[in-house]
Design a protein around this ligand. Sequence first.
Ligand SMILES: Nc1ncnc2c1ncn2[C@@H]1O[C@H](COP(=O)(O)OP(=O)(O)OP(=O)(O)O)[C@@H](O)[C@H]1O
Ligand SMILES: [Mg+2]
Length: 220
Amino acid sequence: MTIIKLKNISKKFKERVVLNNLSIEISKGDMICIMGRSGAGKSTLLNILGLLDTADSGVYEYNNKEIDSGNESLKAKLRRDKIGFVVQTYALINQKKVFDNIALPLYFKRKNKREIKQLVESISRKIGIFELLNKYPYELSGGECQRVAIARALIREPDIILADEPTGALDEETEKEILTLFEKLNKQGVAILIVTHNQMIADVCKTVYLMSEGKIAQLK
Ligand SMILES: Nc1ncnc2c1ncn2[C@@H]1O[C@H](COP(=O)(O)OP(=O)(O)OP(=O)(O)O)[C@@H](O)[C@H]1O
Ligand SMILES: [Mg+2]
């Protein structure tokens, strides 16, 4: 079952062609890694997949339905409910406790406090951060912060997680733990796409693409 399909996507920044007629498909059960040198366009591609940016041309399909780039409300809904985004710098709110950081996406939904508490607690247990719920992000290690960010991405039960160098700021041991977590989530049915420079992550992923000259080539 296809989740996201990009067909012949192109994107320029000024005169620089970053994506050149690129196509990619992400299906349920996928665990994909995208590699490529700095500036190759990996984050640009991920932002387009995550509906945070739009291509200049080409087609974006979600669940086999074309998504019009001008349909901001539909895009916002997909971003909110279907797509989990994880970045290298965690993007947590330092003034809010871990609990609230994870619960944040739920505050936009009409859910009562008890439901929210239950959901946050069950996800936190699953990810191994239950003991951290009353702490603030600045009290946590990098690996713990990334777990919190992953919990926040998961709280809506997304179809897919897009992760942009999620272990880029972590030591090797912690990196392995986060990778194991992604594998576990993938086994539970979440499609995962990771942009990384790390070979260990590529080794674990089922599919590996190398990005260069605005295109991707499948290595595995
Ligand atoms: N908002 C923007 N405005 C102008 N140029 C941009 C913008 N975003 C990216 N670029 C340019 O597009 C190219 C691709 O950038 P991108 O961030 O996608 O690379 P990347 O593969 O993610 O690199 P890295 O591995 O360093 O994160 C770069 O040359 C970059 O300078
Ligand atoms: Mg990048």
